[in-house]
Design a protein around this ligand. Structure first.
Ligand SMILES: CCCCCCCCCC/C=C\CCC/C=C/C(=O)SCCNC(=O)CCNC(=O)[C@H](O)C(C)(C)COP(=O)(O)OP(=O)(O)OC[C@H]1O[C@@H](n2cnc3c(N)ncnc32)[C@H](O)[C@@H]1OP(=O)(O)O
Ligand SMILES: Cc1cc2nc3c(=O)[nH]c(=O)nc-3n(C[C@H](O)[C@H](O)[C@H](O)COP(=O)(O)OP(=O)(O)OC[C@H]3O[C@@H](n4cnc5c(N)ncnc54)[C@H](O)[C@@H]3O)c2cc1C
Length: 661
């Protein structure tokens, strides 16, 4: 990239960077070697001509766009397979996926949930049967859980799997419209198999929801099998190429062994054998929620790179009347909009790494029959997924707005990035629903703290606060982290007290919960923010890096802490010992941090190491040829391939002629 002829502003920006950009790239990737491998892999993918679109895909019809995405998905699969064989390297498909598809791969659910569910929910025998076929794409699958009528409340799913001991089969049925599966990615026209989450019935008795592996299309003709009704759900806000679909069954029979039976089993005679914990059936969702925190880091870095580079190139208006128009990045309000995006990406990455380790530890425990840490993992993954996805959506939108009119151009790629980022707020557990899951855990933890019990690490601050809620405020990063814990503890207590108040007024627990649920949701958000602050600050101070880089990383981590303290200063005034003077000091600190980060802004986004092919942006490319690219892309419009469009003769001319009469 260094030899590319760049916009002079970007050249100047890069020259003033105070740290070694390559050092940060290696740190993010996990070492110099990892960067080399990543770059070699990406170079290979993006040099495949067939993966490059001649026409921007927004000009294609819905159908052509889908077919093009499938074409590329199959080529990408082949190239990756060869590459993995040759170099024994497991690539991050999500990064290159953004480059290849711009939007979402029709195989996303195959990789993200179908294979993962076979691993997580299948017995060793079932894995041996299905996994090799799924991994080498002999079969293509998705995860079909959500229905027209139910998504959040999965106990309410209506698809039925009724066991027939005579034939040792399950009979799948969707008797109502609301029971039709709705949303699964790839289901529309791509997959031939599904994990179907359905209510198990044996001898008329319900045994809750269970996962079944179901073939829905003929492997040769791709026609839906008899008894299967399947199709695509149509255009959406984003995810255009994900091929989301609907599905219903009518007396569709599958063998008994197609119920994934790692957790619970149905024996030949119809005996149901309960698993260790019925919530383990929800395991794939926990895994994906963890992954979404990492995805939020990637999505935020895409938007930050585009908006920061553009803001360095774009000159508009003046700060001083007699001086030239400034780079818009010099406006402190612009820095306020953008630097939190850079900081958030680092925070999400660090927290993702921490959460993934907890996830893997709990999986190891579960394999040994220990489930003590599962509730804490579930509660933590729920609130972090909810808050990170919401933050990422807001950050991406702020970056888009920060690019003014050009941010509204599809060719900036910011609208698309927003489309797939904001979807993470809803899928894999709607944000409020997940925050309320965490709130259940927090309320229990609060009760346990009141009873003097020892709490799990992520909530132990509740006991600390109970012992001493009068800790002096300190304007240090550690002091701010404590402050976030005080806010969270204060909110948990207030929500708990509100429930108790309603119960005393004669409400039952469920109604009291609903009445207090805004507070419960906010408590859960505050808990999440305190984890984000504590973990990310902790990770940064433990980072081994050169002094120059460490200084910049600390500035970013502090920016995150101060930004969110100021954003939620009302809460701090209510629930911590912060004073108005402390807030004034923090405001000053915030301005200092923006100024300190300013010279490194371009270096920091360069360190995300996102190739132009991944960014897909006229505004964000490495060379900063913004206006040239905007014009080049505009000229690709089909309307610019003809000097007069047929509509002139058909409609405009007759209209003008009528007007003459
Ligand atoms: C570095 C880059 C990395 C990139 C990685 C990229 C990752 C991105 C991958 C993308 C892959 C795929 C794209 C995904 C596309 C979208 C797919 C989908 O959306 S699939 C459908 C997802 N659906 C949901 O998430 C539904 C949400 N609803 C629920 O989860 C549940 O219904 C719930 C939890 C809200 C309620 O369940 P239920 O009613 O059964 O429970 P209760 O409320 O009664 O609670 C009972 C009790 O159980 C505990 N509980 C609940 N869930 C779990 C769990 N999963 N694990 C453990 N425990 C659980 C709950 O806390 C309660 O405990 P209690 O002690 O009683 O309080
Ligand atoms: C892009 C995209 C891709 C998807 N891919 C898949 C897929 O591959 N497979 C799949 O199975 N599903 C998929 N889904 C479905 C997704 O998982 C659900 O849409 C999601 O879980 C939310 O459920 P819902 O639509 O039922 O929302 P609802 O629950 O109906 O939410 C509507 C409102 O009701 C509120 N609400 C609901 N319950 C409660 C409660 N208990 N307390 C308080 N408020 C509540 C919510 O907060 C929200 O404000 C996808 C969705 C999208 C958008």
């Amino acid at each position: 990239m260094a030899n590319v002829k760049c916009n002079p502003d970007l050249v100047r920006e890069r020259a003033k960077c105070s740290f070694d950009v390559n050092e940060l790239i290696h740190l993010i990737d996990g070492g110099e070697n990892a960067t080399k491998e990543k770059r070699h892999f990406e170079e290979t993918i993006f040099s495949v001509k067939e993966l490059q679109d001649a026409v921007p895909e927004e000009y294609l019809s819905h159908k052509d766009r889908y077919e093009n995405a499938v074409r590329k998905a199959t080529i990408l699969r082949d190239v990756c397979r060869e590459y993995m064989k040759k170099y024994n390297y497991k690539p991050n498909r999500f990064r290159v996926g953004h480059g290849v598809f711009k939007d979402v791969s029709p195989f996303l659910l195959h990789d993200g949930m179908f294979v993962a569910t076979i691993i997580g929910q299948g017995t060793p025998e079932q894995q041996a049967e299905w996994l090799p076929k799924a991994e080498n794409m002999q079969i293509i699958g998705t995860y079909a859980q959500t229905e027209l009528g139910h998504g959040s409340f999965i106990r309410g799913l209506e698809t039925r799997a009724t066991y027939d001991p005579k034939t040792e089969e399950f009979i799948l049925n969707n008797a109502t419209l609301s029971s039709f599966k709705w949303w699964p990615g790839g289901l529309g026209s791509t997959v031939n198999h599904c994990i179907v989450v359905a209510q198990l019935f044996i001898n008329g008795k319900s045994y809750g929801i269970q996962p079944f592996i179901v073939q829905i299309r003929d492997l040769n003709t791709h026609k839906p099998l008899p008894g299967v009704k399947v199709g695509e759900i149509g255009p959406k806000m984003g995810f255009q190429t994900a091929n989301n679909g609907f599905l219903g069954f009518e007396n569709f029979r599958i063998p008994r062994m197609n119920m994934l039976m790692k957790n619970a089993q149905v024996l030949k005679d119809g005996t149901f054998v309960k698993g260790m914990n019925e919530k383990l059936t929800y395991g794939t969702m926990v895994m994906v929620r963890v992954g979404i925190v990492g995805d939020c880091s990637l999505n935020t870095s895409l938007a930050a790179t585009i908006a920061v580079r553009y803001s360095a190139v774009r000159h508009q208006s003046k700060i001083k009347a007699k001086e030239p128009e400034v780079q818009i990045l010099d406006y402190v309000t612009q820095q306020h909009k953008l630097f939190i995006a850079i900081a958030s990406s680092h925070v999400f990455r660090n927290v993702y790494s921490w959460l993934s380790k907890s996830y893997l530890n709990v999986m190891k425990d579960l394999a040994q029959g220990k489930q003590d840490h599962l509730p804490e993992l579930h509660a933590t993954a729920c609130c972090l997924k909810a808050v990170c996805s919401r933050d990422a959506g807001s950050v991406v939108e702020e970056c888009r707005l920060a690019c003014g009119g050009h941010g509204y151009m599809t060719s900036s790629n910011l609208p698309l990035v927003y489309g797939f980022t904001i979807a993470t707020v809803t899928y894999e557990g709607e944000q409020t629903v997940l925050l309320l899951q965490t709130a259940r855990y927090l309320v229990k933890a609060w009760l346990a703290a009141l009873q003097g019990k020892v709490l799990a690490p992520s909530v132990s601050y509740l006991s600390d606060w109970l012992k001493n809620d009068n800790v002096r405020w300190q304007n240090t990063p550690e002091g701010i982290v404590k402050g976030f814990q005080h806010v969270a503890a204060g909110k948990v207590k207030a929500a708990y007290d509100t429930i108790q108040k309603y119960i005393k007024l004669g409400k039952d627990y469920e109604d009291a919960w609903n009445l207090a649920s805004v507070q419960l949701m906010k408590a859960s958000e505050a808990h999440s923010r305190s984890i984000l602050c504590e973990v990310s600050w902790g990770e940064v101070i433990r980072t081994s890096a050169s002094p120059n880089l460490l200084q910049v990383l600390k500035q970013l981590a502090q920016l995150y802490l101060v930004y969110w303290t100021l954003e939620t200063s009302g809460d701090f005034l209510v629930y911590s010992n912060i004073s108005k003077d402390d807030i004034a000091i923090l405001r000053e600190k915030y301005e200092e941090l923006l100024a300190a980060i300013r010279p490194n802004a371009v270096g920091l986004v360069d360190a995300f190491d996102l190739r132009d092919e991944i960014l897909h942006s006229t505004l964000g490319s490495y060379d900063g040829r913004v206006y040239e690219r905007l014009m080049e892309e505009a000229l690709k419009s089909p309307l610019n391939q003809e000097s007069v469009n047929a509509s002139f003769h058909k409609y405009l001319k007759p209209l003008m002629e009528k007007a003459k009469l």
